[in-house]
Ligand binder design. Structure first.
Ligand code: B12
Ligand code: SF4
Length: 477
């Protein structure tokens, strides 16, 4: 039996724009979900994985599979349905799973034969068995997996053309920020894989550089941090000669021992969500964690960097409190905190989040012709009506934010600081140039976007709570 697992691409996402900006080659990450599914698949299945981010193949020329499994983030959904349509046309049953199929189950069911909601570990062997006998059900619900059931992912099934391999050590997040899908999808409980399993899996990754996909590698409580320290000790002891980047909350900076152990285990960069330069913004997003202890963000960033770890700071444009001038304010805050890269994103109502429910109830989702419009849910397009920013304002704020942070003088200043502190100057330069180039590409994309969709936005959002838009009405898991 032949199983083909597919990660659909979205040409509007920067990592696939390798022709337009060669720097994006250094930002290609391996799709872990499909490697995990392959790890759960019994050996009698012949498995192939197609990652369209490497270039979509001509499916006509591939050997016909007996079963197709498609994954998708929301931004990949409409391409997922196109690919599904192709295989269903050939009579091949198609199963879809992942975050979008879970949050928009009814919509997904219109386009595929079977939908798996939630995490796959508990149900995937049963799905395969029933597919083999031609008895696929329309829906399976995996819920939340026992963390011990997460298999070793099949890192061998994709070519070694990626800048980063991928690995996961924990699932779930208790913080439930309003804009984020993680708590709704992976639950509030922070589930930790056994350290020996993680070390073994690190050994299986072929790439020298690895993205640890955990939403928060160190967790939020003292027992989580103790576990992170044990993990870092075990990784260092295994002498893997790998370098890795991870996501963490700002409390990463609060423990010198933790930082030293992380660096010693190969940590070279960390993504941190600062989200808003103002306490009111953090309140609005429910990101109360960043408000604790009257934190000095600059000092926190410096403490991390002293361990030779780069800091990428993420901020959101389009909060209800954001007014014209927010773009510059964010760039100034990012410069003041001293982050090595800034990732500014539009506030985006992702299905299943508290923000989605709120914006849908307030009729503020401007791009709601689904599934076509999902392709704009990349966080790099303004898909909603913002309270104090018109469409033009929001784009202007994003452009000025990036233009300011990624101006050549600012990049050079950061490079000099990195050289002086002997802190990964090359990686930092690549990161800065790749972001700079993508923001240039995005400026052109915004002109096209405004031309095509400008009329769908009201000049400034007014509080007319009239009805509900959007086709995505599945209940949350
Ligand atoms: C790593 C990651 C990335 C990587 C992706 C690398 C790659 N090529 O896959 C990068 C950095 C490129 C990325 C980009 C983006 N990401 Co991202 N990312 C993640 C992250 C942190 C981990 C995903 C992961 O690998 N998990 C580990 C695997 C094992 O879990 P999983 O994917 O959930 O898979 C399990 C189940 O879902 C299920 N399953 C999945 N697929 C399938 C398919 C079938 C057939 C079946 C049966 C089951 C099944 O089984 C798996 C095992 O249980 C998640 C957060 C999260 N916790 O999920 C955000 C997340 C997925 N990203 C998100 C977003 C918004 C984006 C971006 C749009 C914006 C951005 N700037 O971040 C872009 C879009 C990229 C695109 N369209 O191509 C959102 C998506 C929400 C949504 N509704 O779509 C998430 C949930 C984060 C959030 N804050 O809400 N991301
Ligand atoms: S943004 Fe980060 S801290 Fe907030 S819920 Fe999502 S994963 Fe947790």
């Amino acid at each position: 039996m032949r199983l083909c697992l597919i990660n659909p691409c979205n040409p509007l996402v920067s990592i696939v724009k390798v022709k337009e900006s060669r720097w994006n080659r250094y930002r290609l990450w391996k799709p872990l979900s499909l490697m995990v599914l392959a790890g759960l698949t019994p050996r009698e299945w012949e498995i192939s994985i197609v990652d369209e981010n490497l270039g979509a193949p001509d499916y006509q020329t591939l050997p016909k599979p007996d079963l197709v499994g498609i994954t998708a983030f929301t931004s990949q959904a409409n391409r997922a349905y196109e690919v599904a349509g192709h295989f269903r046309g050939l009579g091949v049953p198609v199963i879809m799973g992942g975050i979008h199929a879970t949050m928009c189950m009814d919509e997904a069911m219109e386009h595929v034969d079977s939908v798996v909601t939630g995490e796959a570990e508990r149900v995937w062997p049963q799905v395969l068995e029933e597919a083999r006998h031609g008895n696929l059900k329309r829906r399976y619900d995996g819920g939340l997996a026992e963390i011990g059931d997460v298999p070793l992912a099949r890192h061998d099934l994709l070519p070694a053309r990626y800048a980063f391999g991928a690995i996961q050590t924990t699932r779930g997040c208790p913080l439930n920020c309003s804009f984020c899908s993680v708590t709704a999808f992976n639950g509030t409980q922070y589930r930790q894989r056994l350290i020996p399993d993680v070390v073994r899996e690190f050994q299986l990754v072929r790439e020298k550089r690895i993205l640890v996909v955990d939403d928060n590698l160190i967790g939020t409580s003292s027992s989580h941090i103790a576990r992170a320290k044990d993990l870092f000790r075990a990784l260092a002891k295994a002498n893997l000669k790998k370098e890795w980047v991870a996501q963490a909350t700002i409390n990463f900076a609060d423990d010198e021992e933790l930082l030293a152990l992380a660096a010693n285990a190969g940590c070279r960069g960390v993504f941190i969500g600062f989200e808003s330069p103002s306490p009111e913004g953090l309140q609005e997003l429910g990101k109360k964690f960043n408000l604790l202890k009257g934190r000095d963000f600059r000092a926190s960033v410096r403490r991390i960097q002293r361990h030779n770890i780069l800091v990428v700071g993420s901020f959101i444009v389009g909060l209800d409190i954001d007014e014209p001038g927010i773009g510059k304010r964010i760039a100034e805050a990012a410069n003041q905190y001293g982050v090595d890269n800034l990732n500014a994103l539009f506030l985006t109502p992702l299905p299943g989040t508290r923000l989605w429910n709120q914006m849908r109830a307030e009729n503020r989702i401007a791009l709601d012709a689904f599934p076509e419009d999902w392709k704009y849910f990349t966080l790099t397009y303004p898909v909603a009506q913002y309270k104090r920013l018109s469409l033009d304002d929001s784009i202007q704020e994003m452009v000025s934010c990036n233009q300011s942070f990624y101006s050549m003088p600012h990049i050079l200043r950061r490079m000099c600081a990195n050289l002086w502190q002997r802190r990964e100057p090359l990686i930092s330069l690549v990161g800065n140039l790749s972001y700079r180039n993508n923001t240039r590409l995005e400026r052109n994309a915004y002109a096209e976007f405004k031309f095509q969709h400008g009329a769908r936005f009201r000049p400034l959002w007014s509080d007319t709570r009239c009805g509900v838009s959007g086709a995505c009405v599945s209940p949350q898991p």
